[in-house]
Design a protein around this ligand. Sequence first.
Ligand code: DP6
Length: 331
Amino acid sequence: MTQTATYRVGSNIAFIKYWGVADATINIPLNNSISMTLADAYTTTTVTWDVDGRLATDEVTVDGERFAPKKAQRVVDHLDRLRAVAGVNYRAQVTSANNFPMASGIASSASGFAALTVAGCAALGLDLDPTRLSAIARRGSGSASRSLFGGFVEWEQGHDDVTSVAHQLYTEDHWDLRDIVAVISSEEKKVSSAGGHLLALTSPLAEGRRDHVDGWLAEVRRAITERDIARLGPIIELDALAMHSVMMTSNPSLLYWQPGTLTILHAVQHWREDDGLQAYFTIDAGPNVHLICEADTAAEVETRLAQLPGIERVIVSQAGPGPMRIFEDQT
Ligand code: DP6
């Protein structure tokens, strides 16, 4: 007998970033973060628990690649958390597929660990609310805590599994924003986010960012409430630059940008100054640039990006819903 469930979960792009941990053992962040869940960049994960004890180990396959034990460890650690919640010791078979390339600058850990959490818990017959699922997902990957909800989402810093959880600010219908990702390089990054979070406090600028971030969070909440791109944009650029300043000045230094990154940042500034084009950048832990704009500006942004050198591909997504269960006849 097996117990199985499949879920599709969107990734998310942060407007105010999670960077740095206050408590690394349970992924308590240094600050709250706010993100938009993505409709068009998602992970579909099936978890099947082996209740008859046929499997010798957990089996993890991502985008068609069967993970060797070392690569599978982070997933196995998360399965251990689910087993602990349910009080069982079944092994599991996990099959996961992203509809976007893993090294595209879209966080596969966010959608991946959120999907693993919801599918794994559902397959165990656990009836947990999204807040509880958010706390469990957070242990696997910080940004995954936000993908438990659709639309516009805030993850409260908190201090334990009850308080460090995400909640929805607005549903995906509230504001038709687009995330247009200019992929500069799809090379795997040398330092993972997980490693980078541990370095944040070695930067002399980390304290400075922390001193300002509460004000920026308030501005972003207000901009989303009022659907005001001219208020939102400058703050998300400021926080992305502040986070990258922390990264660059940590020890060792994390320099994720490539020449192509800077080309886009300059271009976007010129498009705004010269033509009033309302598009604003944000950058995660990599060289690729996300441009945030309203729906009616997206086609123009795409046309202009196509004229810039050094862009491998462009991926466009709108705001999306929370986790969706997929039944066999839908796959
Ligand atoms: C720069 O959530 O990917 O994208 O907890 O190690 O999986 P892990 O880190 P992760 O870090 C996200 C960092 C970021 C900013 C953000 O999404 O808030």
